[in-house]
Every structure is written in structure tokens, then in C-alpha cells.
Design a protein around this ligand. Structure first.
Ligand SMILES: Nc1ncnc2c1ncn2[C@@H]1O[C@H](COP(=O)(O)OP(=O)(O)OP(=O)(O)O)[C@@H](O)[C@H]1O
Ligand SMILES: [Mg+2]
Length: 251
């Protein structure tokens, strides 16, 4: 096992409220790590440290450290734009560009300087296949992405993220608004993608985390309560709070 992302006593406060309390976690390379916990437990905040979206927040204080491949991503030496290229993020609500399916995927590679149409097409095909969307859209790549269903749009957003060749993919409740079939396709896609990427999946669906993640982390009120293999967390949790949460007693 190789650590890809590590935090060391990471503490995040908004004004006087501390929302992540000394979180120390090591996320292993080429695995899916599930983040679960009730609303407000700090899952999205932790994600926003890893992709440095937290830079856009006002009145925030970050203490402790966060590292990718052993290098701090908080100490000012790292370029946040470069970092966000290495860390792709998929959010709960898919927001495609109001362009064609093809253009949604080609947009990123074009910005990075790829202009050859054949290359762009093969990138689109590859990424759409990896996102389990290809079969549904291969005959209409030129139509507007806005005409896709919500579940298809979410898979398009995953494909668009893949086209930027990140090392890490963060997904913050990517299936919360999706039908079971699209949800299953996203899960299948992630299970295959983990051989190439390090994936963090935030989900309010504990069954989903149990199904597809290798490691599971349970957060409560800004603290990392438990972190272990998914097997261990779901069959023999060390903490009572974890057990109660998994059994649906709160959250
Ligand atoms: N920009 C902000 N300014 C002030 N407080 C914030 C900000 N962002 C998050 N918080 C607070 O930080 C705490 C953790 O929020 P966060 O969004 O990380 O939780 P979460 O676990 O992702 O919850 P959910 O499951 O509802 O998405 C909450 O109390 C929230 O109100
Ligand atoms: Mg959240």
C-alpha cells in the first residue's frame, strides 16, 4: 500500500467555528475511500482542502497539514491551479457546459493545447467508455449535453473530469439525485477506475460505501471517529457512534 493523500492534525475553522478537528488520515493509492457521516460533519470541507477550493472561502483558518505524494499542498509552494489539474472533482449536481456532449469532454484537453480532431475524438470515446456512458451517446455526440438525463449528465461530468487526466478523483455525493441504474453505472465505473486513480467518494448512502469502497471513514462533528477497511468498519466497527450511524440510528 502506498499513501496518496495524507492529512496530519488538519484543523479547519470558519470564524470561531472549528469544523474539522485534528483530522489525521492516510488515503491509499488506487483505492476507493468512502467518507460518511451526518450532515455538517466536515466531509465536504475535507474535500475542499484536498482540491484547494477552500481558497475561495472567506474567514477560513487552516492548521496542520495535508499532503499529496508526501508533498504539502498547503505550504504555499504548490500552485493551486496545477493542483486542481491533478485532483478532479465531481459534485452532487452535474453542471455540464451548454455545449455538445463531445465539446464537454474536448473542452479541457483543448485548453491544454490538444487541437487535433481525431485525438480529441479518441479522448472523448475513451473517457465516455470509462464513465459507462458511451453506448448511450455514441450516436449523438453532437447533440446538446443539456438534453441528457440527470444520470447521464453526471456520467458526462465524470468523463469530463477523466479527460483532464487527474491522479485523484473526489466525488461529493455524486449519486444523491440519481436513479438506481445511473447510480449502478457510476459505481461500476468507479470500481474499474480505481486501478488508475485514487478515489474519495463522499456518500450519504452507507450501503453504497459498503458496496464499493475499500476503506471507510466515519466523521462526526468535524472529527474522524473511525477509519479502517470497509470490511472492518461495517462488520466490526470499533466505535459505538460508527455502529449507530451505519444502522441508521442517526444522521
Ligand atoms: N463557507 C463556510 N462558512 C462557514 N461555515 C461553513 C462553510 N462551509 C462549511 N461550513 C460549516 O462547516 C461544517 C461542515 O460542513 P461540511 O459542508 O463540510 O459538512 P458535510 O459533512 O459535507 O455535510 P453534508 O452531508 O450536509 O454535505 C458545517 O457546520 C458548515 O455549516
Ligand atoms: Mg457535504
Amino acid at each position: 500500500m502506498e499513501t496518496k493523500i495524507a492529512t496530519d492534525r488538519l484543523r479547519v475553522s470558519f470564524g470561531r467555528e472549528t469544523v474539522l478537528k485534528d483530522v489525521t488520515i492516510k488515503v491509499q493509492k488506487n483505492t476507493i475511500t468512502g467518507f460518511m457521516g451526518p450532515s455538517g460533519s466536515g466531509k465536504s470541507t475535507l474535500i475542499s482542502v484536498v482540491n484547494r477550493m477552500i481558497d475561495f472561502e472567506n474567514n477560513v483558518r487552516i492548521e496542520g497539514d495535508a499532503r499529496i505524494d508526501g508533498t504539502s499542498i498547503l505550504d504555499g509552494s504548490i500552485n493551486p491551479i496545477e493542483l486542481r489539474r491533478r485532483v478532479g472533482t465531481v459534485f452532487a449536481v452535474p453542471i455540464p457546459l451548454p455545449r455538445s456532449i463531445f465539446e464537454n469532454i474536448a473542452y479541457g484537453p483543448k485548453l491544454k493545447g490538444t487541437t487535433d480532431r481525431t485525438t480529441l475524438y479518441s479522448i472523448a470515446e475513451d473517457c465516455l467508455k470509462k464513465a459507462f456512458l458511451w453506448d448511450e451517446v455514441k450516436d449523438r455526440l453532437g447533440t446538446s449535453a443539456m438534453k441528457l438525463s440527470g444520470g447521464q449528465q453526471q456520467r458526462l461530468c465524470l468523463a469530463r473530469t477523466l479527460a483532464l487526466k487527474p491522479e485523484i478523483i473526489l466525488l461529493d455525493e455524486p449519486c444523491s439525485g440519481l436513479d438506481p441504474i445511473s447510480t449502478a453505472k457510476i459505481e461500476d465505473a468507479l470500481s474499474e477506475l480505481k486501478s488508475e486513480y485514487t478515489i474519495i467518494l463522499v456518500s450519504n448512502n452507507t450501503k453504497q460505501i459498503a458496496r464499493i469502497s475499500d476503506f471507510s471513514a466515519f466523521f462526526y462533528l468535524g472529527e474522524l471517529i473511525e477509519y479502517d477497511t470497509t470490511d472492518k468498519v461495517f462488520t466490526a466497527p470499533a466505535e459505538r457512534q460508527t455502529e449507530d450511524y451505519i444502522q441508521g440510528k442517526f444522521g
